[in-house]
Design a binder for this molecule. Structure first.
Ligand SMILES: Nc1ncnc2c1ncn2[C@@H]1O[C@H](COP(=O)(O)OP(=O)(O)OP(=O)(O)O)[C@@H](O)[C@H]1O
Length: 803
């Protein structure tokens, strides 16, 4: 094997340092290298620990050639380069690194450890007791291990072949105990280090000779199974029987060993007795989910038990008449009932499909509430006090829509609570202030977030949850909205009359049909606002390309056309369709583009934000536009940077943050929840297989505001409508003392979280045409198989409103 490529030298400057992941960009003055490299300096980048400017290091890695900045070293490992010669060592030990050690003392130290000086001191510091006082020796050894311990430990960690970023995380957590922890119980890593799963820890344990039937292994397998089961299926618990079976499966297949069920049961009991798992009868819960469900139960019980306001019927009638006059509308009796209940209960739930008047009712509730409580609805008049009406939604787009429709402030739940990150379990954020809370799109809120939200509600606040229970459940575990609707103690109204019908919308009717399990016989017929095109999976990208071309030809805004697809991979998957649409809507021309993983980003691209970033005011599901690409040499971060605008909010991400965005010409149906688009294309083909479910199709279709094209195989649409996703297993309803029929209480294995499937899909390579082999360019779009050519009429559905 060839020698590892290295560069030794002094750090001249640290250009960039990201404290959260140790990514650094460094300028190194080269003193030695085994590479064919003639410059005196090189830029070194990668995951690098605490290095000091002016000190000397040896970096190993590979040379990469940056088109603009030339050769750079991408670091895999590195070590501190301490001179081993006597004079160099004396100089080092008497340097500023070690206060209190002068040249004479340094010489004495080197005399005691002439060879392997640093390791020698660290291993046997007591040998220096004649040279340094106890106090000085302690301080010296501490400084020395701070300077060298990290590299030493990291170099030992290298044998486990974990990514260096994870090695740093491990070191950060355990410091000098790192190697001991890994040797004694590597399974601890599974629970404490993000990025280490059971299988990785198990591999380390095997290397360390830990028995495959050890209790530590079984316990780790159990906890892993309980949590992954919830993340994959969306359930908040697992039946003990299933836990036993799945854990034995995991433990036996990972290390080819027989695991005795009795031992697993003993360990379940042990974990329960230690409080590391929770149980209700035979239902076993991961701790955070158990306590979140319990928290929701306790908080809502208190809220719902509080007596609401009494409102005199005549007075209500007068108020409603005023509201109707102001909004120029006449509420029907169910809508009026909803407004009345909202005013007279501390906790109220409003549900209904698209176009049934949820927003219209919310507007009514706000106005009636303001009239009843003499609330000034002009937020500008509240300079000292908080505005009493708090509107929140789980996504940025949904919050913005609330704001547009009601004209009053609205924020994401994360922002309102001051939660900065998605994954800080214990971060409960701020308490809310105000007297009326309205939460829209509540079906998207998972068990964890619901608990945090309810925990923040002050006792006197009136709470209204709004949503559509027929949409997809939350991505995270639970089905809080659907569950709360089953609890008779809670006041709720289900709106079912479609009001949008009168406006010539057939999309709304189609959506209601699908929700009720019926695809109308005319679903393939051409309507003013929707059309249907039959296509197999392979032709989907071609059709989408043709529709998009026609869309452009008509002078429409590319951002108004949204493709919604259930899967990422495959020829008809999101990734491929995004490439097709990017080539069409935003071809490269003579401009710059930045490559990132499988994607390229260009100025003008439509991008989707994938995580919540409350500090920057961008959230999961937000759609933005790339407004500029700035090469590293012009940026302070010394990394390439992408500048984006999310509805006017400018966000700049250096390369290290690009995993938070992706192209958005096509996006997953899950990510589209809470958003609406003028025109939507929804493909459905049998290759989406298990994803085909009624609430998935329903959610996709209800995103379309003005026009919709259904594209695919009619039997796939039929399958989706027929397949009703099973209920998730949750214990929330029972906590309120409500009995749940057996059939409903048990979800089925089919109820696999689609989001998880999407993630799994990204990991498992499929035997399908890869996007690379199938990129459509502008030339070949026009030479698409004429058999599937679209007629003008086919695409007219998208043109009518603009032409
Ligand atoms: N009582 C009513 N009389 C007449 N029109 C109504 C009535 N209620 C609602 N509408 C109209 O129906 C349309 C849909 O109402 P709204 O937007 O409130 O429904 P929604 O349930 O919020 O729909 P979506 O969930 O699709 O946004 C609107 O144009 C609204 O003005």
């Amino acid at each position: 094997m060839a020698d590892k490529l290295y560069f030794t030298g002094t750090i001249e400057a640290i250009f960039f340092s990201n404290p959260s992941n140790f990514y650094k960009v460094i300028l190194l003055e080269v003193t030695d290298t085994n590479a064919d490299f003639s410059d005196s300096e090189i830029v070194v980048n990668g995951i690098i620990g605490d290095v000091v400017e002016g000190d000397s290091y040896k970096f190993y890695g590979e040379l990469t050639n940056h088109p603009k900045y030339g050769e750079q070293l991408k670091v895999t490992t590195y070590e501190k380069n301490v001179q081993t010669s006597g004079a160099g060592l004396v100089k080092y030990l008497s340097s500023d690194h070690f206060p209190g050690i002068g040249q004479k003392t340094a010489e004495k130290i080197v005399a005691i450890f002439p060879e392997n000086t640093i390791d020698g001191i660290l291993d046997e510091p007591e040998r220096l007791s004649g040279v340094l006082t106890d106090v000085k020796l302690k301080a010296f050894v501490k400084r020395l291990s701070e300077n060298h311990g990290m590299e030493k430990i990291l170099s030992k960690l290298a044998k486990y072949e974990l990514p260096s970023k994870i090695n740093f995380q491990i070191y950060e957590l355990y410091k000098e105990d790192t190697l001991e922890v890994i040797k004694d119980n590597p399974y601890q890593l599974v629970f404490e280090i993000k990025g280490i799963g059971f299988k990785k820890a198990d591999k380390i344990a095997e290397d360390e000779g830990i028995s495959a039937t050890s209790d530590a292994r079984i316990q780790a397998g159990l906890i892993h199974t309980v949590l992954t089961n919830s993340l994959e299926l969306g359930d908040t618990y697992i039946e003990a029987r299933d836990l036993l079976e799945k854990t034995i499966d995991l433990l036996e297949s990972a290390r080819n060993v027989e695991i005795l069920p009795n031992q697993v049961v003993e360990n379940i009991n042990f974990l329960l007795s230690e409080g590391k798992l929770q149980a209700n009868d035979t239902k076993i819960f991961e701790n955070s989910l158990y306590f979140a469900e319990d928290g929701i139960h306790q908080r809502l019980s208190k809220l719902a038990n509080r007596i609401g306001e009494t409102v005199d019927v005549d007075k209500f009638d007068t108020i409603i008449q005023e509201v109707e006059a102001a909004l120029e509308i006449r509420y029907d009796s169910l809508q009026k009932d909803a407004i009345y209940k909202a005013l007279t209960h501390q906790f109220f739930i409003l549900t209904g499909g698209p176009g049934t008047g949820k927003t219209t009712v919310i507007k009514g509730i706000i106005r009636a509430y303001a009239a009843l409580h003499k609330v000034d609805l002009n937020p500008d008049n509240y300079t000292d006090d908080v505005f009493p009406i708090v509107q929140v939604a789980p996504t940025g787009r949904a919050a913005r829509r609330m704001n547009e429709l009601t004209g009053l402030p609205a924020a994401t739940i994360h922002r309102q609570l001051g939660l900065n990150s998605d994954d800080l379990e214990d971060d409960f954020g701020n308490d809310l202030s105000g007297s009326l809370l309205i939460v829209d799109e509540f079906s998207m809120v998972d068990t964890w977030l619901a608990n945090k939200l309810f925990a923040a509600i002050p006792p006197s606040m009136t709470v209204i949850l709004v949503g559509d229970a027929d949409q997809l459940p939350s991505v995270g575990p639970g089905q809080v909205f659907a569950d709360l609707l089953k609890i008779p103690d809670f006041a709720s109204v289900k709106l079912d009359k479609i009001f949008r019908q009168g406006e010539g919308s057939t999309i709304t009717n189609l959506a209601h049909g699908i929700k009720d399990g019926q695809l109308p016989p005319d679903f393939t017929a051409k309507k003013p606002d929707r059309s249907y095109i039959e296509s197999n999976a392979a032709n989907i990208p071609n059709y989408i390309g043709q529709i998009a071309s026609a869309w452009l030809k008509r002078g429409n805004d590319p951002f108004d056309l949204q493709v919604l697809i259930p899967m990422y991979k495959g020829v008809a998957g999101i990734n491929h369709v995004n490439k097709v649409l990017q080539e069409l809507f935003n071809p490269l021309e003579e401009r710059l583009e930045f490559a990132f993983q499988e994607t390229v980003f260009r100025q003008g691209d439509k991008v989707l934000h994938l995580v919540n970033e409350a500090a920057l005011d961008v959230f999961n599901g937000d759609i933005g536009e790339i407004t500029d690409l700035v090469p590293a040499k012009y940026t302070e971060s010394k990394q390439d940077e992408i500048v984006m605008s999310f509805d006017g909010n400018e966000v700049i991400y250096p390369r290290g943050e690009w995993y938070k965005i992706t192209l958005a010409y096509a996006m997953s149906i899950h990510k589209s929840q809470g958003s609406e688009f003028p025109s939507v294309i929804v493909p459905m083909v049998s290759s989406y297989s298990r994803m085909l479910e009624r609430n998935l199709l329903y959610t996709a279709i209800t995103r379309a505001k003005q026009s919709l094209i259904l594209l695919g195989e009619s039997n796939s649409f039929q399958t989706a409508v027929a397949r009703q996703g099973a209920n998730r297993k949750t214990y929330l309803v029972e906590r309120f003392g409500v009995e749940v029929p057996e059939a409903e209480a048990h979800g089925t294995q089919d109820n696999e979280s689609v989001e998880t499937l999407e993630v799994v899909e990204e990991l498992v390579s499929e035997n399908v045409t890869t996007p690379e082999t199938y990129i459509l360019t502008e030339e070949n779009i026009t030479t698409i198989d004429p058999m599937i050519g679209l007629t003008e009429e086919d695409v007219a559905v998208f043109g009518s409103k603009f032409s």
